[in-house]
Design a protein around this ligand. Structure first.
Ligand code: HEM
Length: 205
């Protein structure tokens, strides 16, 4: 990519999804980053844009799911596409922020820089959960307007200082979430990010 004149920060954003697509045997790995970027917002929010219009989103989905559904079981294609979409912004964001800090700390190892970014400036800053109302809140809700939803959408911050940290309990790093829905690919993501950063930090680059 660099030899072809691609800007290093653009390469940093594309490579994670491209290598993952190749490793998964997904169709056309080279177009996978563009497709993942087009699908990311509609996947997360149900809203089309801002990267692509509805037709472009449909074309990206068709490329990721394969023209011929007989090529591979549909569920596998859907899961592979979802992995690429999940990997896209978070891993690209991690690589870009680590490279930015590497420019100011040339002596720091890539591993140290990744740990610092995950602790202080994680690329995914929040996640959401639907929290069922319980106890007195549920009882109160039973007398409330029936049009009111029974559950609440809660935003959970994953960045910022850990308010529960003490001398005996070091700050927790929540960059990959926590619990049963924690990111299943944290080790893959760190390995891919470290490899991309290492190559781009080489003097020839
Ligand atoms: C190889 C790259 C990656 C892949 C394939 C990947 C895959 C996934 C998948 C499939 C989920 C959904 C889990 C679920 O809903 O049960 C997820 C969630 C998540 N990922 Fe990743 N991910 C990658 C990179 C990253 C990176 C670099 C970060 C941030 C540093 C990150 C942070 C998260 C977070 C915060 C969640 C939500 C966890 C929660 O809501 O509790 N991921 N990831």
């Amino acid at each position: 990519m660099l030899a072809a004149g691609v800007d290093p920060s653009e390469a940093a954003r594309r490579v994670p999804v491209q290598v993952l697509a190749a490793a998964l045997g997904a169709p056309d790995p080279v177009s996978a980053p563009v497709d993942a970027a087009a699908l990311a917002t509609p996947y997360a929010t149900g809203v089309v844009g801002p990267v692509a219009d509805a037709d472009a989103v449909d074309r990206a989905a068709a490329r990721r799911l394969g023209a011929d559904p007989a090529d591979q079981p549909r569920a596998v294609a859907v899961l592979d596409a979802q992995l690429l979409v999940q990997a896209h912004a978070a891993t690209g964001g991690l690589v870009v922020e680590v490279l930015r800090r590497a420019a100011g700390s040339p002596g720091a190892s890539t591993r140290q820089l990744i740990e610092t970014v995950l602790r202080d400036a994680p690329p995914v800053r929040s996640t959401r959960r639907v929290a069922p109302l319980g106890g007195s809140a549920r009882a109160a809700a039973e007398h409330a307007d029936p049009a009111e939803p029974a559950d609440r959408l809660v935003e959970l911050r994953l960045d910022g200082p850990d308010g529960d940290a003490t001398g005996g309990a070091p700050p927790r790093v929540l960059a990959f979430g926590a619990g049963p829905r924690r990111c299943p690919a944290s080790e893959h993501a760190v390995a891919i990010a470290a490899a991309v950063v290492d190559v781009l930090r080489e003097p020839a680059c």
